[in-house]
Write a protein that binds this ligand. Structure first.
Ligand code: DSN
Length: 392
């Protein structure tokens, strides 16, 4: 590179990634092919619109790449193009969710999403997000004692509030979700069911976690978490007389975004092909096996795991538990000094603040990509325990 300052920073980040263990549940390590597509000359091209309906000329190859990306997305999740559509232009998860609400929920309408501190995402209607300013969030959470979703309580909230849309999907909920129950609840109040599978999309693709597709009307996902692609998002919608697919396409462009990032779309297509290979199924299963072993071992070492365990790639540790009293900030700082990168996280019924909450979130997607197996998780749990035990 001619720009030595940036080159130096890129190299330094490469070394940082190599030398540290990332347990950030939303991160992963992409292949060289994904990086190659991201760095391709598709970045030079403006392509507002959709294949065959663009505003600018010169779209022979952008059209091909977008069509291929859509086909691969549908195929990966076993969907037929007669029943499902997919928009592949979402720049990332937050704009994708915003586009869905813009398309399907009237301004001022109600979106029923999980409370942030219980594991929901900002864009599930939290007040600091545009989604909470334009629409009204009807919050739901987890049961105080079990720390898992109480579907009876969920149904009560839905019937009382009649939301326009119910959102299933989380950034910090470790358990499997019963999408059939979500569907039944949505039907009791006439709500649209949207599933944000950003965290567990790769696990669904690898058939290691329940699929939302038999039950949802709309499914959004980022591509860069367990799905191991570039930063980007997909929006799947059922094709029927409600025309959600057409409304969502219009909301993405021209409603919300400008020209799609075609280098990103090309990189998504590469990642989707990688995720359809048989090896990805073993990967997804290993991600969960690793998370279960890590959670169990931490439990044995005396740590409180929110909900008592995990069914996914994600673990929430209550570091502020009785007898430990290490805040999430302190815990994540100590771990970073030891080369283990995690994020501080609120836990259900949080008593502290989001900036210095009671827990940390761990995920195994990245380290499993690097080849970690169960025995590595046992070693890692002991190392985490040792760092957090230290009286400093
Ligand atoms: N930042 C992502 C996560 O960590 O879950 C969600 O936006």
């Amino acid at each position: 590179m001619k720009d030595k300052q940036i080159e130096k920073l890129i190299k330094a980040e490469e070394v940082r990634q190599k030398k540290t263990i990332s347990l950030i549940a939303s991160e992963n390590y992409v292949s060289e092919d994904v990086l190659k597509a991201l760095g391709s000359k598709f970045t030079n091209k403006y392509s507002e619109g959709y294949p065959g309906k663009r505003y600018y000329k010169g779209q022979t190859f952008t059209d091909k790449v977008e069509i291929l990306c859509r086909e691969r997305a549908l195929k990966l999740f076993g969907l037929s193009k007669n029943n499902w559509a997919v928009n592949v232009q979402g720049l990332s998860g937050s704009p994708a969710n915003l586009a869905v609400y813009l398309a399907l929920v009237p301004v001022g309408g109600k979106v029923m999403g999980m409370t942030l501190s219980h594991g929901g995402h900002l864009t599930h209607g939290h007040k600091v997000s545009a989604t909470g300013k334009i629409w009204n969030q009807i919050p739901y959470g987890v049961n105080k004692d079990t720390e898992v979703i109480d579907y009876g309580e969920l149904k009560k909230i839905a019937i009382e509030n009649k939301p326009n849309m119910i959102i299933a999907g989380f950034t910090a909920y470790p358990r499997a979700v019963d999408f059939k129950k979500f569907r039944e609840i949505a039907d009791t109040c006439g709500a649209i069911l949207m599933v944000d599978m950003s965290h567990f999309a790769g696990l669904v693709a690898g058939k290691a976690y329940p699929s939302p597709f038999p039950y949802a009307d709309v499914v959004t996902t980022t591509v860069h978490k367990t799905l191991r692609g570039p930063r980007s998002a997909l929006i799947f919608s059922k094709i029927d007389e409600r025309e959600f697919d057409k409304k969502i396409d219009k909301a993405v462009f021209p409603g919300l975004q400008g020209g799609p990032h075609m280098n990103q779309v090309a990189a998504v297509a590469v990642a989707l092909k990688e995720a359809s290979a048989p090896a990805f199924k073993s990967y997804a299963k290993q991600v969960i096996k690793n998370a279960k072993v890590l959670a169990e071992e931490l439990k044995k070492l005396g740590w409180k795991i929110v909900s008592g365990g995990t069914d996914s790639h994600l673990i929430l540790v209550d570091t502020w538990m009785e007898g430990k009293r290490i805040s999430g900030e302190e815990a994540s700082n100590r771990l970073e000094k030891d080369g283990i990168i995690v994020n501080k996280n609120t836990i259900p019924n949080e008593t502290r603040s989001p900036m210095d909450p009671s827990g940390i979130r761990l995920g195994t997607a990245g380290e499993t990509t690097r080849g970690s197996k169960e025995q590595d998780m046992l070693v890692l749990a002991k190392r985490i325990n040792k760092v957090l035990q230290k009286n400093n």
